[in-house]
Design a protein around this ligand. Structure first.
Ligand code: DSN
Length: 418
């Protein structure tokens, strides 16, 4: 048994983890930022590397005994470089927001002007929202998506950039379903003399799997989390041109962080190794196929999708013409065994806590092996849940059906016996 010591020593914690393992196994995961790691990634996280302190970088640590940790960090760096054609990689960021904070620290002074996508148009809190450190420390000017198409209009971005003359342009998103024209962003930045920063947290796995264009060879600096479509442990990476290596490294440590989490670095190396395998391309391809089928099916069932569809793993359903809010929709689906996250729609008239949209992503269910047929089934389940939102019996019936479907698609870690 895998968790023998935990179950014997602390049955309280063990039982809670076991319940969550069952929930993950029995329910449909449509949260766009989530995925299921492999057993190898999970095992790498649960190693004695967690015992070590390694402030500093390979060959230049502030603690002794780091010869072996240097090997694992070097391996993770080399794999990330190969996967993304990066000149320089820092594998130490603890997660997405700290990585973005380090990027800003490396390139900007407080008060500098930056362009970023608005949160309610699909951006991220750390792309300049006023309640976030980014919006408080830097002078963010926000661009949005076109009102009619729901897509980023590069002519509009250029107009704003020429008017505002930012020091940095941020491209990247948490809830934007269309492919990004990295070169167009770079051209605008070159014209106004700005740095380019891409946050590819959501789509890194689709770029690694060669299904979406890679900004790393084009942009000055790129950050990504490692746990979304990239299917690694919770954490992040920063990739940049060699000429910015020193300032980026200095911003991560000692600027933002202390010691890296070496067990997570090992798991990042494992996940990057998996993403380098040919089968990862098949995974990334299937993710995009699945997202398109799921959004098309929902359109056929009468739902509006922001921008009319998707080019990646996610999309946002606009529920403003339906008799259900984003929050209520999230709760109804939760009762039926489907996890989603409510989301704003562009120019949402409702507050972020109870917005008018629902963000759906298929990275996790694709890892389970679900394909076109299951996407059609899941669109039907979502519609049924909404139609029966006040009928507890019917939602429970649906939950049972979903459990049966899920049993045919075990999680990659189901071989770990609880
Ligand atoms: N919280 C992540 C997401 O759900 O998109 C981004 O940080």
């Amino acid at each position: 048994m895998f968790y023998q010591n935990l179950s014997q020593q602390d049955s309280q914690v063990y039982e809670i983890i076991k319940k969550e393992a069952c929930r993950q196994s029995d329910e449909i995961e449509l949260i766009a930022s989530e995925n299921y790691v492999s057993s190898a990634v999970l095992e790498a996280m649960a190693t004695i590397l967690t015992n070590k302190y390694s402030e500093g970088y390979v060959g230049k640590r502030y603690y002794g005994g780091n010869q072996i940790v240097d090997e694992i960090e070097t391996l993770a760096i080399e794999r990330a470089k190969k996967l993304f054609q990066a000149e320089h990689v820092n594998v130490q960021p603890l997660s997405g927001s700290p990585a973005n904070a380090a990027v800003y620290m490396a390139f900007l002074q407080p008060g500098d002007k930056v362009l970023g996508l608005k949160l309610d148009h699909g951006g991220h809190l750390s792309h300049g929202h006023h309640i976030n450190f980014s919006g408080q420390l830097y002078n963010f000017v926000q661009y949005g998506v076109d009102e009619k198409t729901g897509m980023i209009d590069m002519e509009k971005v250029r107009e704003i950039a020429l008017r505002e003359k930012p020091k940095m342009i941020v491209a990247g998103f948490s809830a934007y379903s269309r492919e990004i024209d990295w070169q167009a962003f770079q051209n605008i930045a070159t014209e106004v003399g700005a740095y380019t920063f891409a946050d590819i947290a959501h789509i890194a796995g689709l770029i690694a799997g060669k299904q979406l264009a890679n900004p790393v060879p084009i942009f000055d600096v790129v950050s990504t989390t490692t746990h979304k479509t990239l299917r690694g442990p919770r954490g992040a990476l920063i990739m940049c041109k060699e000429k910015y290596a020193k300032q980026v490294d200095r911003a991560v440590f000692p600027g933002m962080q202390g010691g890296p989490h070496d067990h997570i670095t090992a798991a990042k190396a494992v996940a990057l190794g998996e993403a380098l395998l040919p089968e990862f391309k098949d995974y990334a391809k299937q993710v995009i196929i699945n997202a398109k089928i799921l959004s098309d099916e929902l359109i056929n069932l009468g739902y509006n999708i922001v921008s009319g569809g998707t080019d990646n793993h996610l999309f946002v359903i606009d529920l403003s013409d339906k008799n259900i809010s984003g929050k209520e929709a999230e709760k109804v689906l939760e009762r039926a065994g489907i996890s989603v996250s409510r989301s704003t729609i562009p120019n949402d008239s409702s507050a972020a806590f109870n917005p008018s949209g629902l963000r759906l992503g298929v990275a996790a269910i694709t890892t389970r092996g679900m394909k076109e047929k299951e996407m059609r089934q899941i669109a039907g389940y979502i519609n049924r849940a909404f139609l029966n939102k006040n009928e507890e019996e019917k939602l429970l019936e649906l939950k049972k059906e979903i459990k049966v479907l899920c049993a045919n698609f075990p999680l990659p870690t189901n071989n770990l016996k609880y």
